[in-house]
Design a protein around this ligand. Structure first.
Ligand code: 2F8
Ligand code: CA
Length: 155
């Protein structure tokens, strides 16, 4: 087989990989890599509990945003994927109203980006939180709402 044929085969393989979305070898099929972590983007909007169960089943946690860079990258994906509201955040204030902690480890959070006036526990029924795509920040919201989600695991 000539050198041009081999180059052509590599080109076809590369195109197929791009179109099919093979993902990163370390993370597995369907995952996207960013800054050393693996992200799985949902194709449906579900209540928080369902998102937690799904991510756990993948051996991952529900997204807990760590910094502005990660938040901006997630915002880009919300746009590309057409997420209506945004994505769930893996934090809640079930235990103490107004004190949001990580769902995965129960600890306080070191990064937050609440929209002005949030969290407000609107109608005393908002113990969960989402990254609100239209307002580009965080809002507390009822856990029963149907929101897209992102699972995250270390690479
Ligand atoms: O005005 C802020 C307020 O907007 C909505 O309530 C009217 C949000 N509701 C939901 O997300 C379901 C509140 O969380 C938000 O504080
Ligand atoms: Ca709110």
């Amino acid at each position: 087989m000539g050198v041009y044929n081999i180059q052509f085969l590599f080109l076809i393989a590369f195109c197929l990989r791009t179109v099919v979305g093979h993902g990163d070898h370390t993370c597995g099929r369907g995952w996207t890599v960013f800054n050393g972590n693996c992200y799985y983007f949902s194709t449906s909007a579900v209540p928080l509990k369902d998102a937690l169960v799904y991510c756990h089943g993948l051996g991952a946690n529900l997204l807990e945003l760590q910094n502005a860079e990660e938040e901006n990258w997630i915002d880009l994906h919300c746009r590309i994927r057409g997420y209506r509201y945004g994505v769930w955040l893996g934090i809640c204030d079930h235990q103490l109203e107004g004190k949001f902690v990580s769902i995965s480890n129960g600890k306080g959070i070191s990064y937050s980006h609440w929209i002005r006036g949030e969290p407000n526990d609107y109608r005393s029924n908002e113990d969960c939180a989402l990254y609100w795509y239209t307002l580009k920040g965080w809002n507390d919201t009822p856990c029963s709402g149907k929101i897209n989600y992102v699972c995250k695991k270390a690479k």
